[in-house]
Write a protein that binds this ligand. Sequence first.
Ligand code: F6P
Length: 366
Amino acid sequence: MTVRKIGILTAGGDCPGLNAVVRAVSKNALSRGIEVLGFKNGFDGLVRNEFIQITEHTVSGILTLGGTILGSSNIANPFSYTLPPFGSPEQPRDLSSVVLHNFKANQLDALITIGGDGTLHMSQRFVEMGMPIVAVPKTIDNDLSATDQTFGFDSALHIATEAIDRLHTTAQSHHRVMIVETMGRYAGWIALRSAIAGGGDIVLIPEIPYNDDVIVNYILNRKSKGKNFSIVVAAEGAKNEKGEQAVARTVAGSTDAIRLGGIANRLSAMIEDKTGIESRACILGHTQRGGTPTAFDRWLSTLYGAKALDMVIEGKFGSMAALKGFAMAEVKIADAIANLKRVDPQGEEVRYALEVGMSFGSAQIG
Ligand code: F6P
C-alpha cells in the first residue's frame, strides 16, 4: 500500500517529549511526500474533525518544547463520549462511528496515536474496527509493560530528583522531615527512582503496603544517630497495610474516576504528631509533567516518532513502537495493554535500595 496521508494525535495526560514525537513523525513523513494532519486534543479532534495541516514550519523549533502543539485530552473517549454538545456525563454516547467516518472522509491511510494506557485501549478498539493504527507509548508513570521505557518518564524523574535535592538542604537547615509526593498513579517508578537518585530515606510505593509505626521508628532511629532530618518520598498511589489510599477527589462518569493525592499531607501530620519532629509536605503534582524534555527523552521521542512512521510505511498496523535495551522494537498494542508494569517488591531494584539503607515503611520488606 502506498501511504499518502496520515493523521496524528496526542492523547491522555501530557508530558515532556510529545512535541518531539510529533516533529519526528512529521519530518520523516514530509520528507517522503506524505501529508500529515494533526488532530486536536486527542481523539476529540477525530470526533469533531478538527485538525491542522502539518508543514515543516509547524514542527520547526518544537523539539525542546514541553506540552503538545496539538493539545491533549484524557476525557475525550469516543466510545463513551461525555463532552458537549454531542454528549454529557449523564448520557455518554458511543461516537466511534463518527471517528471512523472522519478518518475515511479525510482520506487517511493511517493514524499514529501517541498516548498512555487509556489511549492504547482506545487505539486497540479502533484497530479491531479496522482502523490502521500505529501507537507510541507515552506516560510519566512508566507503567507500560511492553516497552522498557515510555517517553516522559525520564523528564519527570529529573524534576522529582531535583526537588528532593532542594528539599534536602532546607530539611537539614531546619531539622525537619520533608515528605515529597510524586505522581505515578498505581506504579511506584517515579518515587522509587527519584528516591534512589536523590538519597531519600523512606520511599512509599503502591506495590509495598506501608505501616505508620515503621516510618516513625525509622525516623526516630535516624534521630538517635544524630541525623536530625529525614526525607520521605511518597508515591501518590501508595497504600497503607489496611489498603487505604489518599484520594483527592472522585469524579463520577470520568475516565479517571479517582484522582489520587493527599498522602504527603496525611503523613506530615502523622509524623509530626508521633515523633515531635516538625514535618512539611511538598506536592510536586503537575510540575512533573511540565517544561522541556531531558536529553534522554528528546532522544527517545525522536526514535519513537521516526520508528512509528517506518512502521506505518511497512503496514505494521495494530502495533506499538517500543524500546528494548537501547534499540527500537515493535510489539502488538493488544500485548502492550495486557499488563501494567509495576515495581517488583522482590526485585533487584528494591533489594539494592534496602542495601543502601532506605526503608519502604514496611516490616515485611526490609
Ligand atoms: O498518568 C499520568 C498522570 O500524571 C498520573 O501520574 C497522575 O495520577 C494523573 O496523570 C493526573 O492526571 P490529571 O492531569 O488528570 O490530574
